[in-house]
Write a protein that binds this ligand. Sequence first.
Ligand SMILES: [Cu+2]
Length: 442
Amino acid sequence: MDVGPDSEEAEKEEKPSESPMATFNVRPGLRHRFRMANAGGVAGCPVRVSIDNHQLMVIALDGNPIQAAQVKSFVLSPGERADFVVTADRPIGDYWMRASADKAEGKEIHPNCRSLKQKAIIHYKSSDYKPKLNFAFPEKLSSYPAPHNHPSEPESLKEGDAAAKVLLNSVDDVCIEAHDSLCVTEVRSLHKLDPDLAVPKVDRTIYLPFDFQLVATDNVSYPPFLVPGTKDVRVPRIANLTFMYPPSPLVTQASDVPYDLRCSQDLFPKRCPTTVGKRMEEGSAIEKGDSDVCECVHQIDIGLGETVELMLVDEGGASDWGHVFHLHGYSFHVVALGSFDSEVESSNRIEVLKDMDRKGKLPRNLVDPVVKDTVFIPSGGYAVLRFKADNPGYWLLHDQHISHSAWGLNVILHVGSDNQLPPTPPDFPKCGSWVGPEFFLI
Ligand SMILES: [Cu+2]
């Protein structure tokens, strides 16, 4: 077996990773805890992890303990972490750990993720077993020797153990038994939901529909990573607002951030076009230079100690690969997550979700929902997240996809008032936007 591409066809379009391969030593008969993170990357690919001939017992997600789930493989989106236990109970030898890009049922792997494939070696360390092969950094991976002990099984058999479940932690909202998959909403936390969060209605419900607004159909020559697609220029928004980073840090210099740069869902700056808040119809022509985008420091104020529910809804406009959101300062309970019927109009999904909720058709797990700080929202889907706002500060909620975040798919959750924060040290350095000498010559 070769560690290069798995088939000749794949070889044409994929180049195997040239990075050195890691070796993890395990002791026969013992259990070993692995702590794995998807450390991301520009493409923001979801990654599926497995170990040949071994089951993985996942015991924590994003550092929060869950009721152990025995799986064949699991998926991590950028920023997500998993702790899993591997029992070294197979014949002494070496086994592949595999990581490769994952995709939703019936969808293609994102073009930027296709070449994502890496392997590591799980090496049984035993005095009875001395590998004849040298695993230290071969010059060329293509000449890398096959791990000992299981060279003859076809790839398909090793990757897909029909009896085991896949912990489908992301990339798909379809969680049906036939898929032998386990959705994040089916994973149970080891701890019960706090009583003040296990109520029908929390103190604050915050609706966060997000979309990508078409602002130009010209060929604009930004670097490719700033423009989704080749022609249309789209700008991300949360509740119609595109996030702009403040010129000074809010925690220590909130009063230095100009009022006109700041905004909330009820307060749009005067400089913003009056069309902000109105939705552009799908496919409607855009005049050159026309825009209904408002770029501002989008902040949502939350009282310290309030119980909060965030309702994130993907209202479309971007690619159909889904979004991964990360919240700073908190872990949240994923009480619901899913997608809508295909006939629901994209620009109306938040209203549909509210309506479902009013009619009692939005089931929540208010007993033992999984606790996370990073969550994958399926394309065109929604996530309902709960937490108690007991940590004062300015906390960023952002898309983990680096380019989406750079374009403005972020919002600040401002918890508590500034006098509830520890005081800024008197000699703490200050900063702001650069004002060059030309400013003084005007
Ligand atoms: Cu972050």
